[in-house]
Design a protein around this ligand. Structure first.
Ligand code: KG4
Ligand code: ZN
Length: 341
């Protein structure tokens, strides 16, 4: 089986080809970061229009670098949600149409299932069941993963996602969009103990997160005195440490309470070096096995959509009609469970 997949839920246009036996044959990505930077965030209409320009050329080059012809494809997967609905529609319309033209099934994929399954593209895939910390620009959740589509959300954020907390803090420090990686870079020169920022919800039981108060604390710290280069770096390091402490604390508690010892970290914030270091140190101490996607598959990409699409295709879970599916909101735990193979 060989799947062509496309991702267009936000500001990355991406296409990949995955083969069940040979693995990932190609993956291509065009990031719209330069397009949105002057606006300080993603402009949905511009994102949609750019996906329309980029996706088909990416399909051509992904097929070419995979050394495959359209006739060799067994299915076409596309991100059907959650995400920006206009952006989703571009990939969904193209994916659904290509599948129709080729006479193969279309496979609408849940973006977060893609993130969760990204570590399965690596040489050492995680065993089932496991705990997943899913930390992206739009979501922050702890999920108990029992199998394909068997996701029990133990807790999620009440307000901002961890990635959002990074991005909003970065903006307050005058860093360009996208702020997360920029803030992490600035934090390298700062003292993480310079500012005592809150560790929201860490003192409470349960697995809910809340990051919206953090940006207020960052704003106050940034305004309290002239924002020198040193002070900016100190605030960056302190806010990064507060976010990492919170994620780490809740994750370790979830591992303890569930008795699980395998942990997947997925989503854009999973690329954060400090988070990785701290998790690795704790994992070593506690006998926890850690599974990360490679860095480029932490952030949005089509390889993870191809992985989710292939697994769904193998279980016959494909679109039943010609509907172009695009859902801005789509709860992860509404997915249909499939037996693990
Ligand atoms: O998973 P993703 O690419 O898109 C969503 O589905 O949301 O995640 C993007 C988020 C952004 O908030 C970005 O700032 C954050 O991940 N991010 C990082 C780093 N790389 C990406 N945050 C902190 N440190 C990083 N190195
Ligand atoms: Zn994502």
């Amino acid at each position: 089986m060989r799947v062509l997949a496309m991702e267009s839920s936000c500001d990355e246009s991406a296409v990949a080809v995955l083969d069940a036996r040979k693995g990932l044959l190609s993956h291509e990505l065009f990031s719209q970061v330069d397009l949105h930077r002057i606006y300080g965030g993603v402009v949905p209409e511009l994102a949609s229009r750019d996906h329309v320009r980029r996706l088909l050329p990416l399909v051509r080059s992904a097929l070419e670098s995979a050394g495959t012809t359209p006739a060799e494809l067994s299915g076409v997967a596309y991100t059907a949600g959650p995400g920006l609905v206009g952006a989703l529609l571009t990939g969904a319309a193209l994916g659904r149409s290509l599948a129709y033209a080729l006479g193969v099934p279309a496979i609408p994929v849940h973006h977060l299932e893609g993130h969760l399954l990204a570590p399965m593209l690596e040489a050492r895939p995680p065993p089932l069941p496991h705990l997943a910390l899913l930390v992206s620009g739009g979501h922050t959740m702890l999920v108990q993963v029992r199998g394909l589509g068997q996701y029990e959300i133990l807790g999620e954020t009440r307000d901002d996602a961890a990635g959002e907390a990074f991005d909003k803090s970065a903006k307050l420090l005058g860093l360009p969009y996208p702020g997360g990686p920029e803030l992490a870079r600035l934090a390298l020169d700062g003292d993480a103990e310079a500012f005592k920022l809150p560790r929201p919800m860490l003192d409470r039981s349960g697995f809910e997160f809340s990051f919206s108060g953090l940006k207020t604390a960052v704003m106050l710290a940034a305004r309290a005195a002239p924002l020198t280069e040193e002070r900016r770096a100190d605030i960056a390091a302190s806010v990064q440490e507060a976010i990492v402490d919170t994620l780490l604390g809740k994750t370790l508690r979830a591992l303890e309470e569930t008795g699980l010892s395998d942990l997947v970290v997925a989503g854009g914030v999973g690329a954060n070096r400090r988070l990785r270091e701290r998790l690795e140190a704790e994992a070593g101490r506690r006998g926890i096995h850690l599974y990360f996607p490679r860095l480029e598959f932490c952030t949005d990409n089509a390889a993870m959509i191809a992985m989710a699409g292939l697994l769904r295709l193998q279980r016959g879970d494909v679109a039943k009609d010609l509907t172009i599916q695009a859902r801005a909101q789509w709860p992860l735990d509404a997915l249909q469970p499939r037996e693990a193979e």
